[in-house]
Design a protein around this ligand. Structure first.
Ligand code: URA
Length: 237
């Protein structure tokens, strides 16, 4: 089979959100696009993206990226919200990238913690599918002390949330203190953690996603992001 023809650099770089084709052409003219040895490249060149530098920095991968963001409270996982959105925490090119970068599942505005984002639609669906069974761990700070039967209720596989027609899959609760609990879910229904605690007469005052599968924030400060390495992505699927 013939190898796919490499596209002109100007198109590759514009699709990665670095600017319109006109902007990117101007970047070439200014000598900002080079190879790994600092040799200036031209808009029509067809060079492997891994060998391209933009102002000295490696070009983002066109193959599909997955990044983790430590989402702070107060940001929504949407592009349309009039308030602060998670894209405000990323370089503008990530918003403009084609295909677009989307959150892998959502965290509520008032939830903090590990949010994955990707432009790889197939990967996104594999991660969020209930079939993936990928555990997501949340830490919830509660208004009332735990009453003692929550672990049993959540593990039962029979808990039905208001206005739903199928019961929740069994979930694991670990008690951290009388008002703090870790909840491990393998599905992601709307406001699930808050609604589960509401179903047992409690109220979630603060919610933080600690991990997705084996992946945790590993000290990443709130508001910061990091691109995942291939081995980390493989662990997720
Ligand atoms: N469950 C919730 O209630 N909120 C989230 O953001 C995630 C899970």
């Amino acid at each position: 089979m013939k190898p796919a023809r490499t596209e002109k650099l100007v198109k590759v770089i514009a699709n990665l959100g670095y600017g319109s084709r006109k902007d990117v052409t101007a970047m070439f003219r200014a000598g900002l696009i080079t190879d790994a040895n600092g040799e200036v490249l031209y808009a029509d060149d067809r060079v492997a993206p891994a060998d391209v530098r933009v102002d000295g920095a490696p070009l983002d991968s066109p193959q599909g990226i997955v990044l983790m963001l430590h989402k702070p409270v107060g940001y929504t996982c949407s592009t349309r919200d009039p308030g602060r959105v998670v894209y405000d925490l990323l370089p503008p090119r990530f918003r403009l990238r084609q295909p677009t970068l989307s959150p892998v599942g959502r965290l509520d505005r008032d939830t903090s913690g590990l949010l994955l984002m990707t432009d790889d639609g197939a990967l996104l669906h594999r991660i969020i599918s209930p079939k993936s069974n990928l555990p997501k761990t949340y830490e919830a700070t509660l208004a009332q002390p735990l009453r003692g039967d929550e672990a049993e209720v959540f593990a039962s596989g029979t808990l039905m949330l208001e206005s739903e027609t199928t019961p929740l899959l069994p979930a694991t609760l670990e008690v951290v203190s009388p008002t703090v609990a870790r909840l491990i879910l393998t599905e992601g229904r709307y406001h699930q953690v808050r609604r589960m605690f509401a179903a047992v007469g409690n109220h979630v005052e603060a919610l933080h996603r600690v991990s997705v599968g084996e992946l945790d924030l590993d000290g990443l400060p709130a508001g910061q992001w990091r691109v995942l390495a291939a081995a980390q992505i493989e662990q997720l699927i």
